[in-house]
Design a protein around this ligand. Structure first.
Ligand code: PEP
Ligand code: MG
Length: 574
């Protein structure tokens, strides 16, 4: 057995066989062929195998993901049998006597470029279809396998260098028991999604892909950050026991599902959940959340080949609002960029994607995308208690412009005779230091703040949240972060507005006493953290915690802050 150490990214213990997810290298070399007929036959076989694959994926996608997502594969099947694409490939092999993979690559690239340059969304989508289908045909010609996450049909643990958010979106919860990666941190989006899907995960191990073979037996200990490869019988028994203990602990927490979140001295803090898809709402309800404090809508845009339509978005938002039955639902508008890519948008690569063209910057520039989302949200607003939140706001002008566009779309809809709720609160994320520092100015204009510590920490400390080499600087308890949080909460309260937190810090047990001392009104976290945090809050007294507020804010290092918390812990004050 081998043990690897990484970052405990999503709680729980998973035991299953390894499924190595590799994104293969499809480098093509041109070569001359002497037997043209044999080359054509190779092509035909690759086309047939691709066809069989796609039929199977379409069928499974239909059952597991619904007709909408399955439609992508129907489009791929059409491409695969389109003579306009296939005949020129065959002609190239015959006339130029080149290898099949080179012919496929050349002809496909020509069509992809042609479609991409058209000023027509439908044609641009066809370019994405051709690119995907080409990858599959090339995979067969080169003898490398193309991964299909949605096709997994036995219990596995995914082992990969990095799991992109769109890979994560395709994971089937019934079969994917856990995952582990070489890179990434607790706040990378694959880790965040794993928590909302309640899949145990260990990330940033640096070595799982080089140390694990397909089919190895694995234990992923998402509570302590270990991966055990080919465990002994004794280890298997030990971890089965740990899994059982964790399940029992969860049963204890489950008793709090219907309880209010109140401290020992009667102070109420709203505990809400973060979600990525409407399917996550079940976990929110099971864990007794008082609302949804962050709906990351970008996942609606991922794992597909084109932008979601207004109707698709409306259906998703309506579903979430209805299922939450009047409880608050904070929907964040599209926050694409950073580690959340949309390949079909073909955005140019940037030197510093986390500091680049993303989120509200992109939405204010590509307004048709933004307006479509806002219309869908406004139309859905009548089905529940909707609050809209803008991400990555750095300047007051950005907030004003975003709000003005929302109000314009509202007016248009009302003129068209569509009813829109008049109760929608409009707020913003505080995740850029410039916004935290002038929170007093923003507080006059917003209805609420939600502090996004995942980004606020990386921007304040200048430490990339995805980079394990600088993770020692990624310090939630650094006094600079605590002072910024304090400034934001005080600014909000001065204007009679509420301030929440939806970054991962909100769900950290150690942070709970600090966040209560700093006066946050709402904490939004992975659904699986709600009950443990509710249990902690029930044992805390906010009045007593106020004594530590000044002490914490005047510390000079994160360690000093943690010492104060540990002391409270030792004295059983928390
Ligand atoms: C944050 O930055 O804290 C946040 C909640 O947003 P995201 O993690 O999606 O960037
Ligand atoms: Mg963020």
């Amino acid at each position: 057995m081998k043990q690897l150490t990484g970052i405990a990214a999503s709680g729980g213990i998973a035991i299953a066989k390894a499924y190595k997810l590799e994104h293969p290298n499809l480098n093509i070399e041109k070569s001359e062929v002497s037997d043209v007929e044999a080359e054509l036959a190779r092509l035909v076989i690759a086309l047939q195998k691709s066809n069989t694959d796609l039929e199977k994926i379409k069928e499974i996608a239909n059952i597991q993901l619904g007709e909408d997502k399955a439609a992508i594969f129907a489009a791929h099947l059409l491409v695969l049998s389109d003579p306009e694409l296939i005949n020129p490939i065959k002609d190239k092999i015959k006339t130029e006597k080149v290898n099949a993979e080179f012919a496929v690559q050349e002809v496909s690239s020509m069509f992809v470029q042609m479609f991409e340059q058209m000023d027509n969304d439908y044609m641009k989508e066809r370019a994405a279809d051709i690119r995907d289908v080409t990858k599959r045909i090339l995979g067969y010609l080169l003898g490398v396998s193309i991964p299909n996450l949605s096709l997994i049909s036995e219990e596995v643990i995914i082992v990969t260098e990095d799991l992109t958010p769109s890979d994560t979106a395709q994971l089937n919860r019934n079969f994917v028991k856990g995952f582990t990666t070489d890179i990434g941190g607790r706040t990378s989006h694959s880790a965040i999604m794993a928590r909302s899907m309640e899949i145990p995960a260990v990330v940033g191990t640096k070595a799982v892909t080089s140390s694990i073979q397909n089919g190895d037996m694995l234990i992923v200990d998402g509570l302590n950050g270990f991966v055990i490869v080919n465990p002994t019988a004794a280890e298997l028994a030990e971890y089965k026991q740990k899994h059982g203990d964790y399940q029992k602990q969860k049963e204890e927490w489950a008793k709090l599902t219907q309880e209010q979140t109140v401290s020992k001295d009667g102070h109420h803090v709203e505990l809400a959940a973060n979600i990525g898809t409407p399917e996550d709402v079940q976990g929110v309800l099971n864990n007794g959340a008082e609302g949804i404090g962050l709906y990351r809508t970008e996942f609606l845009y991922m794992g597909r080949d084109s932008l979601p339509t207004e109707e698709e978005q409306f259906d998703a938002y309506k579903k979430v609002l209805e299922r939450m039955e009047g409880k608050p639902v904070v929907v964040r508008t599209l926050d694409i960029g950073g580690d959340k890519e949309l390949p079909y948008m073909h955005l140019p690569k940037e030197m510093n994607p986390f500091l680049g063209y993303r989120a509200i910057r992109l939405c204010l520039d590509e307004q048709s995308i933004f307006r479509t989302q806002l219309r869908a949200l406004l139309r859905a607003s009548q089905y529940g208690n909707l609050k809209v939140m803008f991400p990555m706001i750095a300047t007051v002008e950005e907030f004003r412009q975003s709000k003005a566009i929302l109000l314009e779309e509202k007016e248009k809809l009302q003129k068209e005779g569509t009813s829109v709720s008049d109760e929608i609160e409009i707020g913003m994320m505080i995740e850029i230091p410039s916004a935290a520092i002038i929170a007093d100015q923003f507080a006059i204009e917003v209805d609420f703040f939600s502090i996004g510590t995942n980004d606020l920490i990386q921007y304040t400390m200048a430490a990339d949240r995805m980079n394990e080499r600088v993770s020692y600087l990624y310090q939630p308890y650094h006094p600079s972060i605590l002072r910024l949080i304090n400034m934001v909460v005080e600014a909000a309260h001065k204007e009679g507005k509420w301030a929440g937190m939806c970054g991962e810090m909100a769900g950290e047990k150690k942070a709970t006493p600090i966040l209560l001392a700093l006066g946050l009104d709402e904490l939004s976290m992975s659904a699986s953290s709600i009950l443990p945090i509710r249990s902690i809050i029930s044992g805390l007294s906010v009045k007593e915690l106020l004594n530590i507020k000044e002490k914490i804010l005047s510390c000079s290092t994160a360690d000093e802050v943690l010492d104060i918390i540990n002391l409270l812990n030792r004295n059983n004050i928390i």
